[in-house]
Design a protein around this ligand. Structure first.
Ligand code: F6P
Length: 324
């Protein structure tokens, strides 16, 4: 077993563009400080199975600009159970892993906190297109997803306005309306349907009809996947009510999760990766890196998992005003 302090790094949950940039930053910062790094494959599932790979500087070459995660990922049910966590800790000990860096979303931070409670030195790095993690202004991957949505809606608007149609666009975000609200602002949508604000299909139809009567030649409606109204049902209802525009719909789906990370995400991921390793060197753990103002801060994992991030309603209202 190596004498050097050894850090494990894994990605977990839904992949997000920029995760590779974070892995690269973790590996190279650790190596620059004469530490060992072990890459854990397949997230927590690989941790409890002992799927480990020593990481050298060349193992993270050419990945900065790539979406997805070279360490692969999973949503591990077994790791949510105490028995799975015990297996993972045993495997970590056998491999001589002194600390772990977990890159992932809300569920991944729950896992990181569980390990931390059992004495493992853990630092979390928020990575999720949903931007639903409490404690950071923005997570790695959100900016890229936002840009993907924006490009798609810009294209849809071209055809929507040529045919004077209403286009319904479904964004990801499970329990969070963040992507939908921000998309409504940057794409100039009439209305955003989000899980946080209940609305009926008839109310949406009335908004679309109003836009028609105000002389708009197209309408964009953003529907967050967790809004409670299925995009197909909404399109049907708007058509049935004959509001002026005929409808078409596009479900963006996993397109939003892929692609080369934006400069913003590469920078954020690099900064967080460096800070995560530096924290471990300084003896800090049980924390998540978070963007606060312009700097990278550390937030206790216990706080991260016990708070729910809410959509900023100021932006929700702003989207409405700007749609006049
Ligand atoms: O958490 C990221 C996310 O993309 C959500 O927006 C979405 O609801 C979910 O993952 C989809 O998960 P899966 O890739 O397992 O279908």
């Amino acid at each position: 077993m190596s004498e050097k302090f050894t850090i494990g790094v894994l990605t977990s949950g839904g992949d997000a563009p920029g995760m590779n940039a974070a892995i690269r930053a973790v590996v190279r910062t650790a190596l620059a400080n004469d530490l060992n790094v072990i890459g854990v494959m397949h997230g927590y599932e690989g941790l409890l199975n002992g799927e480990f790979k020593p990481m050298g500087p060349r193992d993270v070459g050419g990945i900065l600009q790539r979406g997805g995660t070279v360490l692969l990922t999973s949503r591990s049910k077994r790791f949510q159970e105490p028995a799975g966590q015990r297996d993972a800790i045993r495997k970590m000990n056998e491999a001589g892993m002194d600390a772990l860096i977990v890159i992932g979303g809300e569920g991944s931070m729950n896992g990181a906190h569980a390990l931390s409670q059992q004495g493992i030195k853990v630092i979390g790095i928020p990575g999720s297109i949903d931007n639903d993690i409490w404690g950071t202004n923005i997570a790695i991957g959100t900016d890229t997803a936002m840009n993907t949505i924006m490009e798609a809606v810009d294209k849809l608007r071209d055809t929507a306005s040529s045919h004077q149609r209403a286009f319904l666009v479904e964004t990801m975000g499970r329990n969070s309306g963040y992507l939908a609200v921000m998309a409504a602002i940057v794409c100039g949508a009439e209305v955003a349907l989000i899980p946080e604000v209940p609305i009926t299909a008839d109310e949406v139809a009335a908004t679309v009809e109003d836009a028609y009567k105000r002389g708009k030649n197209h309408a964009i409606i953003i529907n967050a996947e967790g809004s409670g109204i299925r995009t197909t049902d909404l399109a049907q209802r708007i058509d049935d009510l004959d509001v002026g525009f005929k409808t078409r719909m596009t479900i963006l789906g996993h397109i939003q999760r892929g692609g080369s990370p934006t400069a913003y995400d590469r920078l954020l991921a690099s900064r967080m990766g460096v800070k995560a390793v530096e924290a471990l060197i300084e003896g800090k753990h049980g924390l998540m890196t978070g963007l606060k103002g312009k700097g990278i801060d550390f937030i206790p994992l216990g706080d991260v998992i016990s708070n729910k991030r809410k959509v900023n309603m100021e932006y929700f209202h702003m989207a409405k005003v700007l749609a006049r």
